[in-house]
Design a protein around this ligand. Structure first.
Ligand SMILES: [Zn+2]
Length: 249
């Protein structure tokens, strides 16, 4: 099984399945489906993000006992990262860890066990996890794909994680009044206005110094369209990466 997983994983890594190359998303699904002879394959597609659901038998049950969920898309990388490389007993390549490795295991475990289990299981392969999951997993849920239990093969350092924080990406904008830098009183700095928001965030959500289960805000970027020294900036945008816990929703 080890060699089988390794060889299959290399095939998955070699497909540059990034969001900007939609044909590669289809190709990586096709590579996976080649493993799934003899199973029913339901195909879904939204915004050119293909996904599949595989199971035993002709009719999809109302509810599966277990769904194995895996995403086969990866974040974009350099061309050489899509050449799987073995070194010192380790495999390197884009998505080896997140999560074509977990995906390869799930696909092959499903293939080996699904027909022997006394309850219905499914394999759900999606290609849009890195950009939100709306066109894959969420689309399938909306189409009535349900389970009592879902196992996602995301890397967790071999721990079992039963929950994850929610995510919001937010832009905060401030507007000021432009003026010449030598006549500050005639204007209002959008950056100084933003500083107040920044200070409030830092007070309410201080940055974590160790792992902790609470809502966090990462101030990812500060921008202004001002590009000169001698102008009071009249616009500022702050980009926030908010990771929230259910209690704060
Ligand atoms: Zn992942």
């Amino acid at each position: 099984m080890d060699t089988q997983i390794l060889e299959f994983l290399k095939q998955l890594i070699a497909v540059e399945s990034v969001d900007t190359k939609k044909e590669k998303l289809q190709e990586v699904i096709d590579v996976a489906v080649k493993q799934l002879d003899g199973f029913t394959i339901e195909r879904f597609n939204q915004n050119n993000h293909p996904s599949i659901l595989a199971y035993v038998g002709n009719k999809r049950p109302e509810k599966f006992k277990v769904i194995f969920n895996a995403h086969l898309d990866v974040v974009s990388g350099m061309p050489n990262q899509f050449i799987p490389t073995e070194k010192d007993g380790k495999l390197y390549g884009r998505g080896t860890n997140d999560m074509k490795g977990g995906g390869a295991v799930e696909i092959l475990v499903f293939k080996e066990l699904a027909k022997t289990l006394p309850y219905p299981v499914a394999l759900q392969l999606v290609t849009d996890e890195e950009i939100g999951g709306y066109d894959g997993t969420q689309l399938q849920i909306k189409n009535g794909v349900h389970a009592e239990f879902v196992i996602a093969g995301e890397p967790t350092d071999y721990g079992i994680n039963n929950k994850a924080k929610g995510i919001i990406w937010m832009n905060v904008k401030t507007k000021g009044v432009a003026a010449h830098g030598a006549y500050q009183w005639k204007g209002e700095s959008a950056i100084l206005k933003m500083k107040k928001a920044l200070d409030a965030i830092e007070k309410e959500f201080p940055a974590l110094t160790k792992e902790e289960w609470r809502t966090t805000i990462n101030i990812a970027k500060l921008e202004t369209s001002n590009s000169t020294y001698n102008k009071v900036p009249d616009d500022c945008v702050m980009k926030l990466d908010i990771r929230f816990i259910p209690e704060d929703w």
